[in-house]
Structure formats: structure tokens, C-alpha cells
Ligand binder design. Sequence first.
Ligand SMILES: [Zn+2]
Length: 346
Amino acid sequence: MIKYKKVSREIAQKPRKCDGATLKCDKTIFRRVKNMEKVYIGIDFGGTSVKGGIVTADGKILYKSSVPTDAKEGVKKVISNIVKLIRDLEAHNANGEIQGIGIGIPGLIDAESGVVVVAGNLYWSDVHIVDELHKHFDYPIKITNDANAAALGEAKFGSGKSYKTSVFVTLGTGIGGGIIIDGKLYEGNKSAGGEIGHMIIHPHGEQCTCGNKGCWETYGSATAIIRETRRAMQAHKDSEMWKVGGLENVDGKTAFDYADVDEYAKQVVDEYIDNLAVGLINIANIFRPEVIIIGGGVANQGDSLILPLREQVKGGLFARSSGPSVGIIFASLKSAGIVGAAALNM
Ligand SMILES: [Zn+2]
């Protein structure tokens, strides 16, 4: 940024014709000023790698790169990896004036003070990441939770871009999500809210990693359907699902793959969808968003997932069809985390 600011100031101060002025010289300067578009750095922080990109104001990624996280080597090492990543992004920034750095981090974040309060996957607690990065960079730096970043990305540039109010739900190891109200992230007090995966849907249900029981993610995540698939196989030695070779070969697709030919697989899928629908209906009735956007690995199940979910959510809406509908749609971006993090400074 500094480099480009200096350039632009020099240009601004220069007389209309530079030394030994020619028309060509003027044109060159004009072209340089005109081509300097605003760009934004977006960083998507994961347990194994940190990905980053140079993003335009309309959500296009001009350049993308990544570094290993090296979380086990401690906070200093991780930060030095991120610094390297940002330096690389800067070096590949051809024509843009960098407006800021946005970072999505898996964990509990205090966005306002720029602190990672706790991030289990990274072994971090109370890390002042914004202060640390400001030792190296002068840009504005903003952080949010990784699911919130993805939610913002989908809302601004993906499936949610035609809607002002949306909720993003990602079905992976757990259930992550982000709430967008009137185009803005809603994060709750000290950005500790929006943990939709931890809404309790069964009071004495499955133990959740958060300490509570019966959280939505213990029934609706990929981890949950894998657990239930294995349980069904163990209970029914005649299940067709044993054709996968063994319990260790079960993944989030197994029950869906056998649902047409195996009643136990169908039961697993039906119950999984029922539990997912309960959470979606709760979200729909609390926020009444225009759409709920579904992402994550399980979303690859396509129609066999989304059609019954649409049906159930429609049936569970408060005031039924007298109120506005809530669309259930799939996420559409490959790098929602990067563009969403970049969008924190837009
Ligand atoms: Zn929980």
C-alpha cells in the first residue's frame, strides 16, 4: 500500500506534463492512475493451511496463494507464515491499491479488539493477531470467525448476492454458520454469537464438543451422519451398507449412496434430514431470512438432500405460507472464505 500511495501522491503532485514533456508521457501517467483499482487481501485460516488472495471489489480473485499453518510449532511460527503469505500476495499485486487485510479464523474471535480469544485447532488462546500483524503491515486489518467470513462471501458474491438477509450453514466436521442481516454480518456481543451449530435440538441428546448435549451439529454435521451410519451397520449385519468394506470406509455419502436399496440406509438419511430440518426451521423462524445457504461436503448430495429439506422447512414456517417464504439453496463459491474475509474491508 505504501508503495502505491507514494506513487499516486507523486503522480498527483506532478505537473500535467512531466519533465521533457510529451503527449506520450502524459498518457502513460494517466493510464497508471486509471488502472489502480481498489483490491483487498482475504485470508482463510485453516488448521492445516492458510490460504490468501488478492480480491477485487466485485469479488474476483486476481491471485491466490497458501502456506502451511504449522499450528503445532506455536503462535510465532504461524504468524511468520501469515506474514510470508501476505508479502507474497503483495508481490503479486500488479495493479491494485490494497485497501486492507481481512482474516477468517476458526475459533472464538473478538473482532473489535482484534483478538483470537480461543481457537482449539490452532492451540491458541488470547492471541492479539491484529496487533502482531500491524508490526509488519500498515493496512487496516479486520478479523472474523471463518464461518462468518464464508457467510459474508456467499452473501456478497455467491448464492446470496441477490438477497439482503441470509443465513449461511456449512455442514462439515461440525456445523458452522453466519448470519447476514441487511447485508451485514451479525456477530453478537464481542462477536461471540452466531454459533448456529450449537443450538440445542435434543435436550438430553448426543454429547457435543462444546460441553452441551444435543447441539444441532451432533445431529446434522458430516461427523453425525458418519456416526449414525456406523451405528446402523453395527445393529444390522445384513445391511447393504457393509458393501463399503467396513466401518472404517464409511463417509458422509455412504448412507445416501445406499438409501435406494437398503432400508437401514434410508432410515439414517431420513433421520439425518429430519434433524437438519429442525435446525433450519428454527433459523427460519427466528431470522426469517430470504434464503438459507447450505455449504460444506454434505451439500454435494444435491437434490436428495435439498428437496426434502425445502419441503420440511416450508411446512415448519411460522404462519406457514401466509408469511414470506424462506429459500433453501446451495452455496456457490469455491473460495467463499477468502472473498468473504476480503469483504470485511469493503
Ligand atoms: Zn455444542
